[in-house]
Design a protein around this ligand. Structure first.
Ligand SMILES: [Zn+2]
Length: 269
């Protein structure tokens, strides 16, 4: 496992790219930060969260800024519908604009997959774990929203299985990345959830400190990736905690609902 997310700056915009994805020359992509947008107050400033009380004109402007920054057409964006389930939705050109320029047509879409060039996947985060997958041989791209429920319910292994079944992917050809998320330093959970994770994975996933329980979601996802056959050297982990870095990230645990939302954005080119 390698920690190679690169923080990039373009004007006021700060965003991360994944070194292995850059090197593939197959995608345009980023994980956004809160920096470089036009939203104000609790949404300051690169808020990409629809229907949160922030001005729609500001949210749209933010989408335009980040799209231009990474070189994708804002009209090609396809927004997810994240409800902490494990439904995986294949998207194509007919879905461009979904959730941004017309009402979101998905009922449940915590994972988006495409093999079409120029279709830009967008998934949202403010602590939950972003997972990027790219089959570099078949040219299949997936973005996954994996909170604790999605992680426990194995949305990442299910997405890889979907790539194998539907697109004939070989896990050996998949490069993967785990983006900034709430890490074990701050992800306190109840004893019941800690026990579920310790039973399903290993006790190493749970740390107990002063009677409190902390779980390592990226650690679980890393185990899931390798158990599906993804090569450890092909997995990148940002190793960044959203709670620990208020200047870069919104965090639901830290700021509750007074916050914006970051996004993973990626398109095959
Ligand atoms: Zn932390």
């Amino acid at each position: 496992m390698i920690a190679l997310f690169v923080l990039r700056t373009k004007g006021d915009v700060k965003y991360f790219t994944i070194h292995s994805f850059d090197k593939s020359n197959l995608v345009k992509h980023c994980f956004t930060t809160r920096c470089g947008g036009v939203s104000q107050g609790e949404w300051e400033s690169m808020n990409l969260r629809i229907n949160c009380g922030d001005k729609r004109e500001n949210i749209l402007k933010n989408y335009e800024i980040i799209s231009e920054t990474i070189g994708v057409n804002v009209k090609s964006l396809v927004l997810s519908k994240q409800i902490h389930k494990t439904d995986i939705v294949d998207v194509d050109k007919n879905d461009c604009g979904n959730g941004l320029f017309y009402d979101n047509k998905f009922d449940s879409a915590d994972a988006l997959v495409t093999n079409q060039k120029g279709v830009t996947l967008v998934t949202f985060y403010a602590d939950c774990v972003p997972v990027f997958l790219l089959d570099t041989k078949r040219e299949v791209l997936a973005l996954i929203h994996s909170g604790w429920r999605g992680t426990y319910d194995e949305i990442t292994p299910k997405t890889i299985k979907h790539m194998i079944d539907k697109y004939n992917s070989n896990p050996n050809d998949i490069i993967a990345a785990i983006g900034p998320c709430i890490r074990q330093c701050h992800f306190q959970v109840g004893e019941d959830i800690a026990k579920l994770f310790a039973q399903k994975y290993t006790k190493k996933i749970v740390i107990q400190s002063s009677g409190k329980f902390y779980i390592d979601l990226p650690g679980c996802i890393n185990m899931q990736l390798t158990s599906m056959g993804v090569v450890p050297d092909n997995i990148t982990d940002a190793m960044l905690c959203t709670y620990c870095n208020p200047e870069l990230f919104y965090s639901h645990r830290r700021d509750s609902d007074k916050r914006g939302t970051m996004a993973a954005i990626a398109a095959l080119v």
